[in-house]
Write a protein that binds this ligand. Structure first.
Ligand code: SF4
Length: 164
């Protein structure tokens, strides 16, 4: 577990001379857009997301109502923009632990959950996933899929709506 502390007056974070930093909680489409708007106005943004990756529920959709637009086509450019923005630091798999202070001088304590890999050298090759003996219900697929359990039997997992 790693703790990250920041304050609204994050003077070292803004190379363009603007003073202040903002914490955006939630890395879904609304949080990403909020982070981009604030970052584009020149402030340092800490985007805190409790899940292992940003994108939220929209990344799980095929189409959006009422325009029937392709979700991926809408969200993918924003994912890239957020990831590459020099004023945005993504703190995924992290949660707010404590907020203290007053308007203009907040102090936010963020808990970063352990990933058990070194993010700076992981290439995302997936080899560890193929060889991992631990099985769990995948969050992204809403746990509704066939998978092989520890005994090698195929079973249907349908826990939609249970929050697991
Ligand atoms: S095996 Fe691949 S995906 Fe797993 S931690 Fe190592 S580099 Fe990352």
């Amino acid at each position: 577990m790693e703790s990250v502390k920041t304050t609204q007056m994050d003077k070292a974070a803004t190379p363009n001379g603007k003073v202040g930093a903002v914490v955006v909680v939630g890395g879904g489409i609304a949080g990403m857009q909020a982070a981009l708007d604030v970052a584009n106005s020149g402030f340092r943004v800490y985007l805190v997301e409790k899940n292992p990756s940003i994108g939220g529920n929209m990344a799980q959709l095929d189409k959006t109502f009422p325009t029937n637009d392709c979700s991926t086509c809408m969200i993918s450019p924003k994912l890239i923009e957020v990831a590459k923005h020099p004023n945005i630091k993504i703190l995924s798999y992290s949660e707010i632990e404590e907020i203290t202070g007053t308007p203009g001088n907040f102090k936010v304590k963020i808990k970063r959950k352990a990933r058990y890999v070194d993010e700076t050298i992981c290439t995302g090759c997936g080899t560890c996933v193929d060889n991992c003996p631990v099985q769990y219900r995948p969050h992204f697929e809403q746990s509704a899929q066939m998978r092989v359990d520890a005994q090698g039997k195929e079973e249907s997992k349908s826990t939609h709506g249970t929050g697991e």
